[in-house]
Each structure stands twice: as structure tokens, then as C-alpha cells.
Design a protein around this ligand. Structure first.
Ligand code: FES
Ligand code: FES
Length: 165
């Protein structure tokens, strides 16, 4: 067991973890933060997406011990217009994937604004402004929604990107 310290949604937490414990299990089972969901537990669905020091990660693939000293944000720590946009655009049905979709979207928009290209980016520079629907689909392709709320999710992200860019 090793004691690690994380800043979770603004609160400093000290917790003992074995080296094999995933960040997702630490959050859900030990810290009782259940917004991040365990869909596949193997990096294929994105339901567990959280922000680690502002960058989106799959918490099921992350070893908790590697995040000693990090700032972790889950959906419980998010207060952002994108949440209203998801409601406005019907971006979810069951909501199981939604915490991960929203954390991923926030990380993705930061990546876009910082100029990080995707496989679809044809120009040398990422164009400023709102990402196209295709760019959003590509960049959000690691987040699966079993209900098929994809069009609403894309519209919600475009809506927020448009007002923030
Ligand atoms: S539970 Fe982590 S990607 Fe599916
Ligand atoms: S809203 Fe149901 S899985 Fe995405």
C-alpha cells in the first residue's frame, strides 16, 4: 500500500492504494464518486472518462498510483454550460455514458483550441472557431453511447464551442 494524494473536484484526498488499483476503482469503490462509469473496463467505451490536470483520460486504464499529486475532475466537479447544452439538444437518453461524454468533450475542446490536430484535420493549423461536426465525431469517437444520442451530443458540443470560441 502506498499513500497518494489527489485533489478530487477541489478537495484534497489522501488515500492508501495498492499499485494495481485503477483510478476508476479508486474513485468509485473507495472514494464513492460514481459519476465515472465502468462500461468496458478496457479502454473501449469512454464511460469512465475524467479530467486529470485538465486532460481527458480513461480512468479504467489509469493506475491510481500514477496520479499522485494530480488534480482529478469528474462530472461531479463540472459546472459548465455544456451540461445545459446536452439537455437542450437531447444529448442523452439513459445517461450512462453522459458523465464521460461531457468530461471528454471538455478535454476535446481544450485540445482543439490548443491546435492539436485529428486525423481529419487537413490544414497544417487547426482552423480557429467551432470544430466541424465531422471533427467532433472523430475526436469523440472514443466515447460510445449505446442509445444512439450521437447527433444531440455533436450539436451540444458545437453549440458550446460556438459560444466560447
Ligand atoms: S470503462 Fe473505461 S473505457 Fe470503458
Ligand atoms: S445516453 Fe445512454 S449510453 Fe449514452
Amino acid at each position: 500500500m502506498t499513500e497518494i494524494q489527489i485533489k478530487l473536484n477541489g478537495s484534497v484526498e489522501y488515500v492508501d492504494v495498492e499499485p494495481w488499483v485503477s483510478l476508476l476503482d479508486l474513485l468509485r469503490d473507495r472514494l464513492k464518486v460514481t459519476g465515472p462509469k465502468k462500461g468496458c473496463d478496457q479502454g473501449a467505451c469512454g464511460a469512465c472518462t475524467v479530467l486529470a490536470d485538465g486532460r481527458r483520460i480513461n480512468a479504467c486504464l489509469a493506475l491510481a498510483i500514477s496520479y499522485d499529486g494530480s488534480e482529478i475532475t469528474t462530472i461531479e466537479g463540472v459546472a459548465h454550460p455544456i451540461q445545459e447544452a446536452f439537455i437542450r439538444h437531447d444529448g442523452f437518453q439513459c445517461g450512462y455514458c453522459t458523465p464521460g461524454q461531457i468530461c471528454s468533450a471538455l478535454g476535446m475542446l481544450d485540445e482543439y483550441r490548443s491546435g492539436m490536430p485529428s486525423v481529419l484535420t487537413e490544414t497544417e493549423q487547426v482552423p480557429p472557431g467551432t470544430p466541424t461536426a465531422d471533427e467532433i465525431r472523430e475526436r469523440m469517437s472514443g466515447n460510445v453511447c449505446r442509445c444512439g444520442a450521437y447527433n444531440g451530443i455533436v450539436q451540444a458540443i458545437q453549440d458550446v464551442a460556438g459560444t466560447e470560441s
